[in-house]
Design a protein around this ligand. Structure first.
Ligand code: PLP
Length: 342
């Protein structure tokens, strides 16, 4: 009996091609690759990335780090953690299992790491390179490094997320912003006598433009599976999409069909520039005009009820975050970091 829909399917050949292509590109650019594991949340996928040559993994939360410490001893929590007693205890235990670097972007948050002095924790200072989410202007990095020294926590460098690359025609300019701001942040630290070994950047749209003149490593995540956003930004071709949601046509009307995959499977992300709520991999002219929890409304495509289609989510990280398992040709892979969002 075929597997019920909707389910999340991964084409292992495409996945491995994506992993190796990114590793080759990073090697050719003389950049270390530290893929963001929040995209796949899967130990199996992490093992493939590390075997291909990734230097370590990026994660978003301490609980993701706890999961991925099983396969990786060099973890970067690229997030401005705000420590409390519970998280401090978890980080201390984690440091017995793996090397851990955490993001910081304020003097106050660095001071809260002081109880971990001497435990081997490293911090990396987040710079805002134009995305205007977290991160500080270059002029503030030295004060944070000084606070880290006072808290007896080692600074290993700087990082940024050029998330403004997620807009049509912004990939190259966001990468230029990233390089300029990271270079200035590194220079500011070094001028203040703080060595800056790590200069870390990279999003999937901008990574092709990252240069070793300034950066030492890149942290793309989405590249591993691809998604409709990357397809529409031109970062990937549809043939590079490794993850789809397999769905069934359950409704057929004169102007539309309805699929059994809604926002509870595909995720609800939709950028202002996206053509719809995802794409049909094998029917590029179709438009997903609306999503509700268990329905996707599709125009520009017609098929009898019962037809199966492959839906490419707009943002693959949020789709994986909703899944328990990934279906591959010969079985299933657990989403090991399912729910690891603290
Ligand atoms: C801090 C950080 N680094 C790296 C990434 C990975 O970038 P992408 O999702 O474009 O692959 C993200 C994604 O949100 C991020 O927030």
């Amino acid at each position: 009996m075929s597997r019920p829909t909707p389910h999340v399917a991964v084409d292992r050949d495409v996945l491995e091609d994506n992993i190796h292509a990114m590793q080759r590109a990073a090697d050719a650019a003389r950049l270390a690759l530290r893929p963001h594991a929040k995209t796949h949340k899967s130990l199996q996928v992490a093992r493939l990335q590390l075997a291909a040559g990734a230097v370590g993994l990026t994660v978003a939360t301490v609980s993701e780090a706890e999961v991925f410490a099983e396969v990786c001893d060099d973890l970067f929590v690229a997030y401005p953690l705000w420590m409390d007693d519970e998280r401090t205890g978890r980080l201390r235990r984690l440091l017995d299992r793996a090397g851990v670097t955490v993001g910081v972007d304020s003097v106050d948050s660095v001071r809260r790491l002081a109880p971990l002095a001497g435990a081997g924790l490293r911090v990396r200072i987040e710079v805002d390179s134009g995305h205007h989410r977290s991160g500080v202007p270059v002029g503030e990095v030295l004060a944070i490094a000084t606070a880290a020294a006072e808290a007896d926590v080692a600074v290993d460098g700087v990082f940024t997320f050029p998330g403004h690359s997620y807009s049509p025609d912004s990939r190259a300019s966001a990468a230029a912003d990233e390089q300029r701001e990271l270079g200035a942040a590194r220079d500011a630290l070094e001028a203040g006598g703080v060595p800056c070994a790590a200069v870390s950047g990279g999003s999937t749209p901008s990574v092709a433009y990252a240069r070793a003149e300034v950066l030492t490593e890149v942290r793309p995540g989405v590249y591993v599976f691809g998604d409709a956003q990357q397809w529409e930004l031109g970062t990937i071709a549809p043939q590079q999409v490794a993850l789809t949601v397999v769905a069934t046509v359950v409704g057929r009307y004169p102007d539309r069909v309805v699929l059994d995959a809604g926002s509870k499977v595909l995720g609800a992300d939709r950028s202002s520039w996206a053509t719809g709520h995802g794409r049909l991999l094998d029917h590029p002219d179709a438009v997903i005009t609306a999503l509700s929890e268990h329905h996707a409304t599709v125009t520009g495509f017609d098929a009898p009820r019962g037809t199966r289609v492959r839906v490419v989510p707009n943002h693959v990280c949020t789709a994986v975050n909703l899944a328990d398992e990934l279906v591959v040709a010969d079985g299933t892979w657990r989403v090991d970091a399912r729910g690891a969002n603290t």
